[in-house]
Design a protein around this ligand. Structure first.
Ligand SMILES: *[C@@H]1O[C@H](CO)[C@@H](O)[C@H](O)[C@H]1NC(C)=O
Ligand SMILES: *[C@@H]1O[C@H](CO)[C@@H](O)[C@H](O)[C@H]1NC(C)=O
Ligand SMILES: *[C@@H]1O[C@H](CO)[C@@H](O)[C@H](O)[C@H]1NC(C)=O
Ligand SMILES: *[C@@H]1O[C@H](CO)[C@@H](O)[C@H](O)[C@H]1NC(C)=O
Ligand SMILES: *[C@@H]1O[C@H](CO)[C@@H](O)[C@H](O)[C@H]1NC(C)=O
Ligand SMILES: *[C@@H]1O[C@H](CO)[C@@H](O)[C@H](O)[C@H]1NC(C)=O
Ligand SMILES: *[C@@H]1O[C@H](CO)[C@@H](O)[C@H](O)[C@H]1NC(C)=O
Ligand SMILES: *[C@@H]1O[C@H](CO)[C@@H](O)[C@H](O)[C@H]1NC(C)=O
Ligand SMILES: [Zn+2]
Length: 653
């Protein structure tokens, strides 16, 4: 029967891998359902078949587990494809199918819920886009603004563009998430890592304003000269710990040559009190920049601002205009990807309502259970204090683990429909893509600006229980669970809570093989070499300075910090895997079918992953992490000195 079939497959896997696990132990995995009454065995059997289909049994798992577990992945999916990418594109397709179906059926009940009608109108305006007309973006700005480019103060235009979230040059004013309960206004000098590339498209769009513009190459030269002066006065984009508290009064006094009140009123849509506290990076540099800019050519400064703004809009993730090609008829998919960034909350709401709500209850039961186990294991470890840290530091780190939250799907848990109606009302959508795009930016940035000053505690609690991603949020972070240090919260996206990663029906080996490892990895980011500095409420502290004077701790970090690896990913990989195994542990692991399946399921996540700027390749990560968990060698019967066992064992949390 079916059960025998996959049992045979498992045996096949274990019989040909050249290891010495005695087959006399029960080879089949535990089939119980740890947190739900019962689980569907067909789902488990099918999933095990899938895992086995990627195994290359010619490879020795003890030498190179990645080659063994993912050996046939590339032949099936090509290179540069991971299970995460497949999952993401399935979600995009779900959106697309839903939207097409609803657009064909204007009397569908969905139009009576919040967000749907606007989401669909936005989508409609995107898919009918014709040849890009960047001038439209400019025309939609305030007319008076455009009529007075040669006389308007540079900061006024900058503040007007700041309403759309633009803050890339001269003096940057930005509202940012600050800690678990607050946003703050951040003030920074010009970012000299970003220069404008003045393309012909941007030049053409701008120079259609009836005034006389220098030829393109001449303007490029003028802009370059301006950038040289700015770079001289600016400083590199800096880490968060260089910001200092200043009140608006202090800022006014230190930099009197700017009308701060007017600029803030324009950008934030409200008056800011003199004692309001800002986060400021290098007020001296800002002063120097303001004095220089106040004497520079106003028209040139404002033209530069408009060009930067257009360039920024085109660089926002998945702006369909940036990839527009003549003759390309269906751009449904790129519109979906664009909207998942530019109107994050409405799109998530729609996904929840149409696809996820029916699975949420069972999923949360399982995910929260595993999360709480990991959390209490880690708390015990911190309390055990192997590094001999001060009691105060132990308490702070323990509180951080204890108070960590998890949010599946990244919507505010538990809010009424009224919350979404209120959000819906703030968002305007028409039939023009350019207008809709600008309005989506206004929607996001005015919400955030209002939140920064809000004193409504109930409302604040809601907004800090999830992360309304900015329109600039990177795709790769949104595709898998991530630890958000400012909120001390783990966000689990929809693309993760589905097979092959997760299913509430999974048997223990499959369930823990990925979920516990993935959540373990994310939880350990709270204590990694970078993010350990944030406390339980997301406030920046000096914990790594305190750890840096502890010899035992430095030894552990030094052991993991070999060659060119991302240290803070490695600490999470290693400790996360150990934490997951400890949680899964018990006698499950002693049954060989359980152990093998657990590690195969873990490996699946890494198949095809070639790494990125933050992560090593999947094969490096998987093999290194498993070389650091002795249970792997036990389960596969690996001899000492084989590829997977040769690494020095590094102690970390
Ligand atoms: C079990 O899962 C399979 C595959 O998804 C499905 O076809 C079947 O209907 C499910 N059985 C039950 C009892 O839900
Ligand atoms: C930006 O342009 C200025 C002036 O040409 C130059 O000095 C600087 O190196 C450029 N920065 C980058 C990151 O290209
Ligand atoms: C900055 O202000 C916050 C509260 O406004 C305060 O908790 C913090 O200690 C201040 N930090 C510094 C460096 O002054
Ligand atoms: C632990 O640290 C204390 C000082 O904080 C020190 O007196 C003690 O010797 C240390 N213990 C070990 C085992 O290193
Ligand atoms: C959801 O709301 C109920 C009732 O208001 C409350 O008891 C519960 O704690 C809330 N859950 C969360 C996760 O906020
Ligand atoms: C977050 O930062 C704000 C501003 O500095 C501060 O007033 C607040 O107390 C902090 N929140 C927590 C929970 O520490
Ligand atoms: C960390 O900051 C505290 C004050 O918050 C200070 O007393 C302590 O000396 C600092 N520790 C290190 C190692 O910098
Ligand atoms: C890790 O090693 C690199 C160089 O190999 C070094 O620059 C870095 O400071 C080390 N990190 C820690 C936290 O020790
Ligand atoms: Zn990570």
């Amino acid at each position: 029967m079916v059960r025998n079939l996959w049992t045979a497959l498992l045996l096949l896997g274990s019989a040909t891998c050249g290891s010495s696990v005695p087959v006399s132990q029960s080879p089949d995995p535990e089939q119980s359902c740890p947190y739900l009454g019962e689980c569907n065995s067909t789902i488990n059997e099918q999933h095990i078949d899938t895992l086995m289909s990627y195994v290359d049994s010619e490879q020795n798992p003890c030498e190179d587990f990645y080659a063994y577990a993912c050996g046939k992945w590339r032949a099936r999916h090509g290179s540069h494809t991971t299970a995460t990418m497949i999952s993401e594109s399935q979600i995009n397709r779900q959106y697309e199918d839903l939207f097409l179906q609803l657009l064909r059926n204007p009397s569908a009940p969905e139009y009576g819920y919040p967000m749907y009608a606007k989401v669909l109108a936005h989508y409609q305006s995107c898919i009918v886009l014709e040849k890009p007309d960047l001038r439209r973006y400019i025309e939609l700005l305030d007319r008076e603004l455009l009529a007075s480019l040669n006389s308007m103060h540079w900061m006024h235009l900058l503040a007007a563009l700041g309403r759309y979230g633009y803050h890339g040059h001269y003096v940057q004013v930005e509202v940012r998430w600050y800690n678990a309960t607050h946003h703050m206004i951040f003030l920074q000098p010009h970012n000299h890592h970003l220069n404008l590339t003045l393309t012909e498209d941007i030049y053409d769009a701008l120079s259609q304003d009836g005034s006389s513009w220098p030829p393109l190459h001449q303007l490029q030269e003028q802009f370059k000269g301006l950038e040289q002066n700015l770079v001289r006065l600016a400083k590199p984009h800096s880490a968060d710990d260089t910001f200092r508290n200043y009140s608006l009064e202090q800022i006014r006094t230190a930099v009197p040559a700017l009308h701060w009140d007017e600029a803030l009123r324009t950008q934030l849509g409200r008056t800011v009190a003199g004692n309001h506290v800002f986060q400021v990076d290098d007020l001296d540099a800002i002063k120097g920049l303001v004095e220089y800019l106040n004497t520079a050519d106003t028209l040139l400064l404002n033209r530069y601002s408009l060009a930067r703004f257009l360039s920024h809009l085109l660089e926002l993730p998945h702006n369909p205009l940036a990839t527009w090609r003549t003759g390309q008829r269906s751009r449904g998919r790129s519109c979906i990807r664009h909207m998942r960034r530019s109107v994050y909350l409405p799109m998530n709401y729609v996904y929840e309502r149409s696809f996820y709500a029916r699975r949420r209850h069972a999923d949360e039961l399982v995910i929260h259970s595993v999360f709480q186990q990991l959390q209490s294991q880690l708390e015990l470890r911190v309390e055990h204090n192997v590094f001999n840290l001060s009691q105060e530091l132990v308490n702070s780190l323990q509180a951080k683990v204890h108070q960590m939250r998890i949010n599946v799907g990244n919507l505010p848990p538990n809010v009424s429909e009224q919350f979404y109606w209120n959000s819906d009302r703030r968002w305007s959508v028409g039939s023009d893509f350019y207008e809709n795009h600008l309005n989506s930016l206004l929607y996001y940035y005015t919400l955030v600006a209002d939140l920064e000053s809000s004193t409504d505690q109930e409302e604040r609690d809601i907004w800090y229980s999830f992360n309304m991603h900015t329109p600039e949020f990177p795709d790769n972070i949104d595709a898998t669970p991530y630890f958000y240090c400012l909120g001390n919260i783990i966000f689990v996206p929809y693309s993760y809570v589905r097979r092959p990663f997760f299913d509430a029906n999974f048997w223990p080996a499959l369930l823990y093989g990925d979920l516990a490892n993935t959540l373990g990895h994310e939880i350990m980011h709270a204590l990694d070499t970078d993010l350990v500095d944030y406390d339980a409420r997301g406030n920046l502290r000096n914990f790594s300075d305190q750890l840096g004077v502890v010899e035992l701790y430095n030894g552990a970090v030094g052991c993991l910090n070999s060659s060119a690896v991302m240290l803070n990913e490695r600490t999470s990989d290693v400790s996360g895997s150990r934490l997951a195994l400890q949680t899964y542990g018990g006698d499950w692991l002693t049954r060989s079918g359980n152990g093998r399946l657990y590690f195969l399921q873990f490996a699946h996540f890494f198949c095809g992953d070639e790494g990125d700027q933050y992560h090593d390749s999947g094969s490096q990560r998987l093999n290194y992490a498993l070389g650091q968990v002795p249970q792997f060698a036990e389960v596969f019967g690996c001899h000492v000195g084989s590829g997977m066992t040769s690494a020095e064992q590094c102690p970390f949390w």
